[in-house]
Design a protein around this ligand. Structure first.
Ligand code: PEP
Ligand code: MN
Length: 333
């Protein structure tokens, strides 16, 4: 249920109302806008007397929310959420460029890519240390050592780092990581999501290979309901019957998610297409349709990459693309 308060209500009266809802065993999410405050009630609201609530003089309106996702629902929180990572802001007009290799392979590789993408204006560095590979015989990532190398690249460039976590048991290794990525294959690993809800770090949640938007939002709910409100969503392509691309980039997910949720939505054109030459056009399309950022795979030597070389841009290709992305952003302002 959503309760919209009248503009500029008295703090004490508002608090009394919140306490009253809490005494009915309801969670209360308070969203304070510039003029009006919205209370989002979470839990079994069937016993709440709507007429009584609406009759209160500090209440402007009350309505039931039919969707099962509450915390991330835009109706609960009409204003865009801005996720902050140090000085980097994502959402509500703040556009983020995240770039780096699929996986961290060596100190030279990650620092060289980090320096190149930084010079092209990237805001954050990506790189997998724990790799969810389809085959158990493929490179599985450098794990803890990979995180150390990412931190060294951060030290040299100042770029915050984004890297994937596959198991809550590895959390101690992620203490200095800026953004924890939950990959497509773990979008519905509910125990992991619940655990990530208890930490104080932003989460980049990627859409599952065959998941609907509603399922994605329910996964966000696992994180947010456990207390962590800093979530960024990522559309990375879904499985369809496309035969020439790795996945199908569902760009309509971007404006639809913006309607449904207040959280930022970014796009990964690399995993969506699987083909480096298609990455620029899909990046521009994503920027044009209102994405809050892009996460792009960049490798200094794609031919010898240990993972996803075919979809990785060379640093000079990333540089040319970034300039066009910024131009599209300007054009749609
Ligand atoms: C990745 O970002 O390297 C990755 C494995 O992505 P996804 O989970 O979207 O496949
Ligand atoms: Mn990859």
């Amino acid at each position: 249920m959503i309760v919209v308060l009248r503009p500029n209500v008295n703090e004490t009266r508002q608090q009394q109302l919140v306490e009253w809802f809490k005494s009915m065993n309801l969670g209360v999410h308070i969203s304070k806008g510039e003029v009006q405050t919205v209370l989002g009630l979470i839990g079994d609201t069937s016993k709440v007397d709507m007429e009584l609530v609406e009759s209160l003089d500090i209440v402007e309106s009350a309505k039931r929310v039919s969707e099962t996702f509450k915390c991330c629902n835009r109706k609960f929180h009409p204003e865009d959420t801005i996720v902050e990572i140090g000085d980097v802001k994502v959402g509500s007009g703040n556009f983020v460029m995240i770039a780096g290799p699929c996986s961290v392979e060596s100190r030279e590789q990650i620092t060289s890519v980090a320096k190149s993408v930084k010079a092209s204006g990237a805001d954050m560095l990506r790189g997998g240390a724990f790799k969810p590979r389809t085959s158990p015989y493929d490179f599985q990532g450098l794990k803890g050592e990979g995180i150390e190398l990412l931190l060294a690249a951060k030290e040299e460039t100042g770029l915050p780092i984004v890297t994937e976590i596959m198991s809550a048991a590895d959390l101690p290794l992620f203490e200095k990581v800026d953004v924890l990525q939950v990959g497509a294959r773990n979008m519905q690993n509910f125990d992991l999501l619940k655990e990530l809800g208890t930490i104080n770090k932003p989460i980049l949640l990627k859409r599952g290979l065959a998941n609907t938007l509603k399922e994605m939002l329910m996964s966000v709910e696992y994180i947010m309901a456990s207390g962590n409100e800093r979530v960024i969503l990522c559309e990375r392509g879904i499985r369809t019957y496309s035969d020439y691309t790795r996945n199908t980039l569902d760009l309509s997910a971007v404006p639809m998610l913006h309607e449904l949720t207040h959280l930022p939505v970014i796009v990964d054109p690399s995993h969506a297409t699987g083909i480096a030459r298609l990455v620029p056009s899909m990046s521009l399309a994503a920027a044009a349709c209102g994405a809050d950022g892009l996460i792009i795979e960049v490798h200094n030597d794609p031919l010898h990459a240990l993972c996803d070389g075919a979809q990785s841009l060379r640093p000079e290709e990333y540089d040319a693309l970034a300039k066009k992305v910024y131009a599209v952003r300007e054009a749609i302002k």
